[in-house]
Design a binder for this molecule. Structure first.
Ligand code: FAD
Length: 475
């Protein structure tokens, strides 16, 4: 009798606990991926793009080991039951997902299969610690990042690195869907031409191997500068899809520090960022309502504006603020945006435009290749001031000075907003302040070649602070 290995967001063969346990049985393995959009929020378009390539990579890796990936589509318990009926399998191995909806759905699936005499065995391959494992002295979930991180690193135990079985025996007769028929890759129009990524396990390990010897050395200093190539690992989509274990990234960073190749301050900073991913998963698990509502309930009374024209300008990168527009265009073109710029564009939407953070979260969900329920919600609420350990609402990023500080040579803005490329640095982040002859020399007519600001910085700021007073009495 074969066993089922149910892949979800653990699309790798190395360091995969479910695969290792399935292999230990010594029985044939049926690796299956089920496209089931019932159990969780439907994937965004950029995620569908990524999944398409990642499944191809996983299938190729399985084929190298004598196996292949079986694809099914539809309700997961029904598909698993069908596979069980076809093959006589009586155990399902899987790595758990910890978003509340998925977690509950998994429990339901285990229950259904148990009634048929099939056992579900779940493992953790996604996080350093399962949500719920890290609690404070009184057994309560941490709400502040720093003590959470300290407890996380004290609790988490690094598993041994594994490569998975060299040969995986899979019955030949089981039918699989054709991946092309899932139409995960966009057709008309194909907006993904600027997506420069290598989804899959090899791509993940290449990204890590590129980053560790170069970017990690100056990570703490350079990570906030969107134009510094290689300063960030770009591991986020790979981590989201489970193409690499977070342990692998941490072990490599620690090893580099141990070998004296980077200072431990740099390696600790990188590990702390991975800690934010854990903290996000932890918060969403313990406070599932934050997927939809403010962690601090008073913020749900914020007098959000409905302003479709401004929302559209924000999405399209036509707000008139070069750093904001550069970020939004980088997102649309590549499926990713630099973290510092994510904070600035999110703050602009929430505060300058006073548009509900959920609108921004939904756009990111659709367009980011690393779109992740927990990290996305946690970060949007961080910016909105409504999260657990959030930046206070009254701290309003100034998109002009943020640009001057973090894109001092203007390389980032010029790359993504090429219509401004001839504008000298002094006016690049605020083109409307440039004298008429400077604009003329740069070949720019504001309002024609590049928008005028859709909201004046000081006015937007004052409106946001007034809105804050209505909900919190603070300001
Ligand atoms: P690096 O700087 O190399 O960091 C290493 C890893 O640490 C990342 O791959 C990521 O897994 C983790 N990490 C770093 N910063 C954060 C953070 N603030 N929160 C959680 N994890 C972090 N990240 C997502 O993975 N998915 C999202 O949907 C997402 N939405 C965001 C929305 C907003 C408004 C903001 C401000 C940030 C969001 N982030 C999200 C966090 C962060 O911007 C990305 O993780 C980071 O830019 C990814 O690039 P990197 O892999 O080069 O990061």
């Amino acid at each position: 009798k074969p066993v089922i290995l149910w892949f979800r967001r653990d699309l790798r063969l190395h360091d995969n606990p479910a695969l290792n346990h399935a292999a230990e049985t010594g029985r044939p393995i049926l690796p299956v991926y089920i496209l089931d959009e019932h159990g969780e929020r439907p994937m965004g378009a950029a995620s569908r793009w990524w999944l398409d390539k990642s499944l191809r990579a996983l299938d190729a890796a399985l084929q190298e080991r004598g196996s292949r990936l079986i694809l099914r589509k539809g309700n997961a318990p029904t598909q698993l039951q069908a596979l069980i009926a076809e093959t006589g399998a009586d155990v399902v191995f899987m790595n758990r997902l910890f978003e509340p909806e998925t977690f509950e759905y998994d429990a339901e699936i285990a229950h259904t299969l148990k009634a048929d005499g099939v056992e579900c065995r779940g493992f953790n391959g996604a996080l350093l610690c399962r949500p719920g494992e890290v609690l404070n002295g009184s057994g309560q979930p941490y709400k502040v990042f720093t003590p959470f991180l300290r407890a996380l690193l004290a609790t988490a135990e690094a598993p041994a690195h594994t490569t998975g079985p060299r040969q995986i025996q899979t019955p030949k007769t089981v039918q699989s869907h054709d991946l092309d028929s899932w139409k995960l890759h966009p057709r008309r129009p194909d907006w993904s031409k600027g997506f420069d990524w290598t989804p899959g396990e090899d791509g993940a390990s290449q990204a890590l191997s590129r980053f560790i010897p170069s970017g990690l050395k100056t990570y703490a200093k350079d990570r906030d500068f969107p134009d510094r190539q290689g300063a960030n690992s770009r591991l986020s989509p790979h981590l989201h899809w489970g193409e690499i274990s977070p342990w692998r990234a941490i072990d490599r960073a620690r090893q580099a520090a141990k070998d004296g190749k980077v200072s431990s301050a740099e390696s600790d900073k990188f590990i702390a960022e991975i800690g934010w991913r854990e903290f996000s998963a932890h918060l969403l698990h313990h406070f599932p309502y934050i997927a939809e509502r403010a962690f601090r309930p008073e913020y749900d009374a914020m007098p959000w504006r409905k302003d479709d024209a401004s929302l559209k300008a924000w999405r399209q990168g036509r707000t008139g603020y070069p750093l904001v527009d550069a970020g939004m265009r980088q997102l649309w073109t590549t499926g990713w945006m630099h973290n510092r710029v994510r904070m600035v564009v999110a703050s602009f939407l929430i505060k300058h435009l006073l548009i509900d953070w959920r609108e921004g979260e939904a756009w990111f969900w659709d367009t980011l290749v690393d779109a992740d329920r927990a990290s996305n919600v946690q970060n949007w609420q961080w910016v909105a001031g409504s999260g657990a350990d959030a930046s206070p609402f009254f701290r309003i990023f100034n998109p002009i000075t943020q640009g001057e500080k973090f894109d001092p040579d203007g390389g980032y803005v010029r790359r993504w907003v090429p219509e401004l490329r001839h504008l000298p640095d002094r006016w690049l982040q605020s083109p409307w302040t440039a004298p008429a002859e400077v604009l003329r020399d740069a070949g720019i007519v504001l309002g024609r070649d590049y928008p005028k600001p859709i909201v004046e910085h000081e006015k937007g700021r004052a409106r946001a602070l007034a809105a804050l007073k209505t909900v919190s009495g603070r300001g």
